[in-house]
Design a protein. Structure first.
Lengths: 370, 610, 417
């Protein structure tokens, strides 16, 4: 049903461009996260879709309705967009009890009293806050306030639900818990979720698609694993994934459509792309290697262990080779002594070649040492 | 033994917290400076105050100084010539109605402007918010004077006013004299107050609260009355409290606008006029005190209501996080129209009275431009054979300048003392929120606002004649003390609301790294809310500059204030000169406010609450 | 910008500190009553010498004169000229009656210094709070120059005032005020203009309250009864009244209050505007002395002695109204028993009651009458004795006895019930 389309949406505050010519389509029942560092325009984008902020230019369609069009001077109020919005600071009304906060939206929909009662009880039960019904927000903890805010947003069963960093004020454990619940909610409610966060892990784990933004410009709009495995550029590659990708600077010489000779870490590799290579703007490239694509113990490269960080399930090993720091992740708990020599090699098909100048991805594939 | 030790320890623990120390100190200070005057008033209402009262009461054994319930009984119940009804109940009812109307005017006008300024994309905001506070800077009777000058007409045999001479329209008498015009003038005078208080809350209110309601499909109207209004309710109640108590005890406005004949039905005698009459007449001082006490109880009632509304349960949750994205309501096409209308209204009530002062100071015969003269500004002609070189031209009079200098100094010092007290009280209240002692301090600090100026002055006069305090008599220090206490309510309100907005963590962060209390106040807390605090200094300054009745009993010849000089000119019939001084005071206040604003960013329109 | 502004602010502060003088010190004086007694036995030259010595002996003291009439201020300036040893040693403090009374009471109760010379009005307050407590004392100047009636000596009356009914008779035409009963509205609309009585509210002005109360006194009732007969052509018969009144005075007060068309807030302002009401002039009850503020004719008659005559004509003042012309009341010149410079006080009163002193303060103006009967009233103004004859005169004893019921009655009328 509701499919959200953004066309050439631009928002300027005086001279500062918060969102620059954004185009995206959010399909029905998707769980989209708007991801990016602070100030990248993700919250502004969300508020524009919700109608709380007016774009300078562009067109926004929700379902069959054009809710905003700068040319045709259409600007439908948020109340008529049939949406739910969860604020970062919850925005609970301090003068209303938990019950009143939740029922407020339903009253506006002119629901009969008993149905409101029933729905609120349902929401209270679902979010496990039944016992707080008669309390005022100031008497609740952060997590409880969060749940009330969610209940309030969900109660009218909005078809589209917008969330602005709703978990950022919670502690780590609670955040994890709420994350799971949000994902369950999405499955249960048939709604489209649009979710703003600066936490890439949250984006990865929750979303069906991630919209990654930087300085108001869309960087990549793909499912999480695609973003992870096939980042469109250096920024995306760097922003997504923990520990972060190794970026090894070097030079490249294109051999044919899918092959290039890449020199990094003072060694020469044959890079074999699974798709035709992009055209580099110069010789300088960056080879992006996710830590899991570095195998330790064998291979043609030798570094020195800088630090080993065992975390139980896996161990992050950092090595130096020359003045380059290389990070690898090994399954299981292994400990290495600092400064001990260590051999390693690249493996797998997931290495990414970037053009250094533009930052763009040139190709994805494997690299074998020559 | 063990108990003693624990007590000592807990005392030491109690006093190790600066907030507790402040609470205790102010509790003592306020008991002495506020409760004492109040109790004198209370005692006065149960005592025979002077021989004249004994003659009035005319009972055996009743003489000066003896105890009596007569004041209360007679004023509240006497049926002789309908005394209780005509002297007390009817005026009280009328005044309550007038004050309520004034509240409506002030809250509606001030609130609407506050909403436009803080919540919409109205153009010319700066002009409106600057000019809007002018009527508050002027003495309240100037609005009444302007009202009469504007609306009076020959139809009601009061001479031709501005409206009639420009348009020929004659408004009915009930628009010129009586209850409604009083309420209007007072409402307009106090509208800036409502604007300051409500605007402060609106400015600080998280816009998300309203947006959340929008998203939940609440209509604009519903948002206003279900979300916005309840949240600004504390500010509304504060406004109502301040406007109501000021209006009901305002003497000059109802006295000035009560000129129509008794048969017309527009004759309105306010309770304040009756109170003044009772107190000023030696026969019935005690009954005047009764009225003062009743008026105070009215205000205390509202104060209690206020506390109940701003009770802890429904209070603001200070949530850290971004809420700066206030999206201003788009007024669309109405934008310019509303702006023009507002600018005209605001300018009308702010600038016209000033212009009329200027005009009246320049015309020998009121309303006759051919009699234009600068005499009352610049003439060196000696004024009524003065002995200290007073001149008819106020700018040439050394007495005027001396008094102006003294008034300025007094006002600056009063604002410093009252403002700093306000911050300290605010600190104690914010840190010890909900504690009984802190609430008491905060309420006590508000009480001076409710005590009639004259009675307040009288109590301190008596104090300065008491053994051990005689050095205070006529001294500048006495004026400073009285002014500081009387004008503290503004400052303590501002201080409290500013402090409440600072989360305790900010101070705790400084405590953790061992910053001493004094430094925390001056280097951490003050700078953060600098503009609010400085605004808290401005309000007492302005009020003090234009205060007259408070100081009239206390000032000696060597502590003459500019308002006394004004009164002196006006008593001598030189109305032009007194208008000129009035204008001069307002200009001084405006200039100083402007300078402070440029220096610190504070201004009274950002004052209380924000 | 900021620096300049802060500099300006700082400068303002410094200036305001500089501008302000320092206070005066106070010292103990000898018994004031004794000094007054001694002064009354002295010749003018002796008194002058005593005052000079007193001022010289107390070089830190200032002679403080508290009063609500600025005539004292004017006279004080001339006093300094006449007695150079007092020059720069005197101060005038303007004190409004109702605001000054608490101060006097507080000083009396504490036995504290308040001033060296006090000039006040309000007979009842004076008698009950100041004379009965012995706080304010009278000094009566002696000598041929002075002719002060016995009744005016203790307490010493300084200046007597009158408040009368005035109107612009050039506008009113034939409908002149001839009988006080005209002001009760009995004539319907026949006497156009005279219905427009303008009176300052007795709730704000004590003198106006006292006048109304005095109207219920016996002498006033006599006047009212006579005028009633003359105006209505028959004797006053209480039985004909719909409401029963205590006496004819009460009746007059009630009907007068109902007929007041305008309650002005300032006498001087109202007098200034006396000719502004184009067609139907008002009858304004105000101090005759306020005519000095009547600027209308001042320009035209600036250089002639015609000014007051013309003003009086224009102001419609005539002194053959049947009933009474207005109200006569006193301002007393007294010395607090805590005065610090009693000889100077005596010398000042001596001066004020002399022709020279009176003229310095109130000379040449209508409506001011010295208690020294040797000083004639200004040209065109009848003698005080005539005024007392034609007006209601303030009487302390009557005010005290009648105050309570009269005030209640007046309040009821003011409320329109």
């Amino acid at each position: 049903m509701p499919k959200i389309i953004l066309e050439h949406v631009t928002k300027r505050f005086d001279k500062f461009v918060a969102v620059d010519d954004l185009n995206m389509v959010i399909e029905d029942r998707e769980f989209i996260t708007l991801l990016g560092p602070s100030g990248c325009g993700k919250t502004t984008t969300l508020r524009q879709i919700a109608g709380l902020e007016t774009p300078t230019e562009g067109r926004i369609t929700i379902g069959d309705t054009v809710v905003f069009d700068s040319e045709k001077n259409i600007n439908i109020s948020p109340a008529k967009r049939d949406i739910g919005f969860l604020f970062q600071n919850y925005a609970l009304w301090p003068h209303m009890t938990v019950y009143q906060n939740i029922s407020f939206g339903l009253e506006n929909l002119k629901w009969p009293k008993d149905r409101i009662r029933q729905r609120v009880s349902e929401m209270l039960a679902m979010l496990k806050i039944e016992q707080f019904e008669k309390r005022y927000p100031s008497e609740l903890s952060g997590g409880q306030q969060q749940r009330v805010a969610i209940a309030r947003t969900l109660a009218p069963e909005p078809k589209v639900l917008f969330m602005d960093e709703p978990l950022s004020n919670l502690d780590a454990k609670l955040r994890l818990e709420m994350r799971t619940e949000l994902k369950r909610l999405h499955a249960e409610t048939d709604s489209t979720f649009v979710y703003v966060t600066h936490d890439q892990l949250e984006a990865m784990t929750l979303a069906t698609r991630i919209c990654l933004m930087k300085d108001g410009v869309l960087q990549q709009y793909d499912p999480p694993l695609e973003v992870y495995n096939n980042p469109a550029n250096l920024f995306v590659a760097d922003f997504v994934g923990n520990p972060t990708m190794n970026f090894l600077p070097g030079t490249a010489r294109v051999l044919d459509e899918t092959h290039a000779e890449v020199t990094v870490l003072g060694r020469s590799f044959l890079f074999e792309s699974d798709a035709p290579l992009g055209k580099p703007e110069g010789e300088d490239v960056v080879l992006g290697v996710r830590p899991e694509f570095i195998r330790l113990g064998s291979g043609g490269m030798e570094g020195k262990v800088y630090a080993a960080l065992p975390a139980g399930m896996e161990t992050t090993v950092q090595m130096t080779m020359g003045d380059q720091l290389v990070t690898s992740v090994e399954f299981g708990s292994v400990d290495y002594k600092a400064n001990s020599p260590m051999r390693f090699e690249f493996h797998g098909q997931g290495l990414i070649l970037f053009d250094k100048k533009s930052g763009k991805k040139l190709g994805r594939g494997s690299a074998t040492q020559r | 033994m063990r108990n003693k030790k624990t007590l000592g320890n807990s005392l030491r623990a109690y006093f190790s917290k600066p907030a507790n120390v402040i609470t205790v100190i102010f509790l003592i200070v306020l008991l002495l400076t506020v409760v004492l005057p109040l109790s004198t008033l209370l005692i006065g209402s149960f005592k025979v105050n002077g021989n004249q009262e004994a003659i009035w009461i005319d009972q055996d054994g009743v003489e000066d100084g003896s105890w009596t319930f007569h004041h209360w009984i007679e004023l509240l119940t006497s049926k002789e010539y309908n005394y209780a009804s005509t002297k007390f109940w009817a005026p009280l009812g009328g005044s309550a109605l007038m004050a309520a109307l004034a509240c409506v005017v002030a809250v509606l006008f001030g609130g609407v402007v506050a909403w436009f300024i803080t919540r919409s994309d109205l153009p010319a905001k700066k002009f409106i918010s600057t000019v809007f506070v002018f009527p508050y800077i002027m003495p309240s009777w100037s609005m009444a004077m302007f009202w009469e000058n504007f609306f009076k007409n020959t139809e009601i045999n009061a001479g031709m006013g501005i409206l009639q001479s420009v348009t020929g329209i004659c408004v009915p008498e009930s628009m010129v004299y009586g209850l409604v015009p009083c309420a209007m003038s007072l409402g307009l005078h106090y509208a800036p107050f409502a604007y300051i208080l409500i605007g402060g809350i609106l400015r600080n209110m998280d816009a998300n609260l309203e947006e959340a309601a929008t998203v939940l499909k609440a209509s604009r109207f519903k948002i206003l009355y279900k979300v916005t209004l309840p949240i600004v309710l504390p500010a509304l109640v504060s406004t109502v409290l301040l406007v109501f108590s000021s209006s009901i005890s305002s003497f000059t406005v109802p006295f000035f606008l009560n000129k129509s004949s008794i048969n017309s039905g527009n004759n309105f005698v306010s309770i304040s006029v009756q109170m003044r009459n009772l107190i000023n007449t030696g026969f019935t001082k005690g009954q005047g005190y009764v009225v003062a006490i009743v008026l105070m109880m009215f205000s205390i009632g509202i104060l209690t209501l206020n506390n109940w509304f701003t009770g802890k349960r429904k209070s603001f949750t200070t949530v850290t996080g971004k809420s700066g994205q206030v999206s201003l309501v788009k007024l669309g096409k109405a934008r310019k129209v509303i702006a023009v209308i507002l600018v005209i209204i605001v300018a009308f009530f702010a600038i016209m009275p000033l212009a009329s002062f200027a005009m009246e100071s320049l015309l020998e015969v009121p309303g006759d431009w051919s009699s234009f003269t600068l005499r009352y500004w610049l003439s060196r002609e000696v004024f009524e054979g003065s002995n200290k070189g007073d001149t008819i031209g106020i700018l040439m009079s050394p007495t005027m300048w001396k008094a102006m200098g003294r008034s300025l100094l007094l006002s600056v010092l009063v604002s410093l003392v009252a403002g700093s007290f306000g911050i300290l009280i605010g600190y104690a209240v914010a840190r010890k929120r909900g504690s009984k002692a802190a609430t008491l301090v905060s309420d006590l600090a508000f009480l001076p606002y409710l005590i009639p100026s004259m009675s307040f002055g009288a109590v301190y006069l008596a104090l300065s004649y008491t053994k051990g305090f005689t050095w205070l008599d006529g001294s500048f220090i006495l004026l400073l003390l009285v002014g500081s206490i009387k004008f503290m309510p503004f400052a303590s309100r501002t201080g409290t609301s500013a402090m409440l907005q600072l989360s305790g963590e900010i101070e705790e962060a400084a405590i953790v790294i061992g910053v001493p209390w004094w430094k925390r106040m001056t280097r951490v807390l003050f700078p953060i809310q600098k503009s609010s605090f400085i605004s808290g200094y401005l309000l007492p300054f302005i009020s003090c500059m234009r205060e007259m009745s408070l100081f009239v009993l206390l000032a000696a010849s060597y502590t003459t204030l500019v308002t006394t000089v004004l009164q002196e000119y006006s008593r001598t019939g030189l109305n032009q000169a007194s208008n000129a001084i009035n204008l001069l005071i307002i200009i001084f206040v405006l200039v100083i406010q402007f300078a402070v604003n440029k220096l610190t960013g504070a201004s009274i329109d950002k004052g209380v609450g924000g | 910008m900021k620096r300049i502004l802060s500099l300006m602010l700082a400068l303002t502060m410094v200036l305001s500190i500089l501008v302000i003088g320092t206070g005066t010190a106070k010292a103990e004086g000898s018994t004031v009553a004794e000094a007054i007694k001694a002064a009354e036995g002295m010749t003018a030259a002796e008194l002058e010498a005593a005052a000079q010595k007193e001022l010289a002996d107390n070089p830190t003291l200032t002679f403080n004169a508290d009063s609500l009439t600025s005539g004292v201020k004017k006279a004080l300036a001339k006093f300094e000229e006449k007695y150079p040893f007092a020059a720069g040693r005197v101060a005038y403090n303007s004190k409004k009656g109702s605001e000054y009374q608490p101060k006097l009471v507080a000083a009396q109760k504490a036995g504290k210094y308040i001033a060296d010379f006090v000039m006040i009005q309000d007979a009842s307050f004076l008698k009950n709070a100041m004379l009965d407590t012995g706080f304010l004392l009278s000094y009566v100047p002696q000598g041929d120059e002075y002719n002060i009636a016995e009744s005016d000596q203790n307490p010493l009356v300084g200046v007597t005032f009158n408040k009368i009914f005035m109107y612009d008779n050039t506008k009113v035409g034939a409908d002149q005020l001839k009988n006080v009963w005209q002001m009760t509205g009995v004539d319907g609309v026949a006497l156009k203009g005279l219905h427009n009585v303008s009176y300052q509210s007795p709730l704000g002005e004590d003198i106006n309250m006292n006048f109304l109360i005095m109207l219920t006194s016996d002498p006033a009732c006599e006047k009212l009864t006579a005028a009633y007969k003359s105006y209505f052509g028959k004797d006053y018969n209480p039985a004909e009244d719909e409401v029963s009144y205590n006496n004819i005075g009460y009746k007059f007060v009630a009907e007068f209050i109902k007929n007041v068309g305008y309650w002005h807030s300032s006498d001087s302002k109202e007098v200034k505007a006396i000719n502004n009401y184009a067609d139907d002039g008002r009858i304004i009850f105000a101090g005759l002395c306020k005519l000095k503020d009547y600027e209308y004719y001042k320009e035209d008659y600036k250089d002639t002695d015609q000014y007051y005559k013309k003003t009086v004509t224009a102001a419609g003042w005539n002194n053959d109204v049947e009933g009474f012309d207005g109200f006569v009341y006193n301002m007393w010149m007294l010395i607090p028993e805590t005065a610090q410079l009693p000889y100077t006080s005596c010398l000042f009163i001596h001066y004020l009651l002399s022709e020279e002193g009176f003229n310095a303060g109130w000379g040449g103006i209508l409506g001011y009458y010295s208690s020294n009967q040797n000083i004639a009233s200004v040209e065109g103004d009848p003698a005080l004795a005539v005024w007392k004859e034609q007006c209601i005169v303030e009487d302390v004893d009557y005010l005290d006895t009648a105050y309570r019921s009269a005030v209640k009655f007046i309040n009821m009328q003011m409320a329109g019930k």
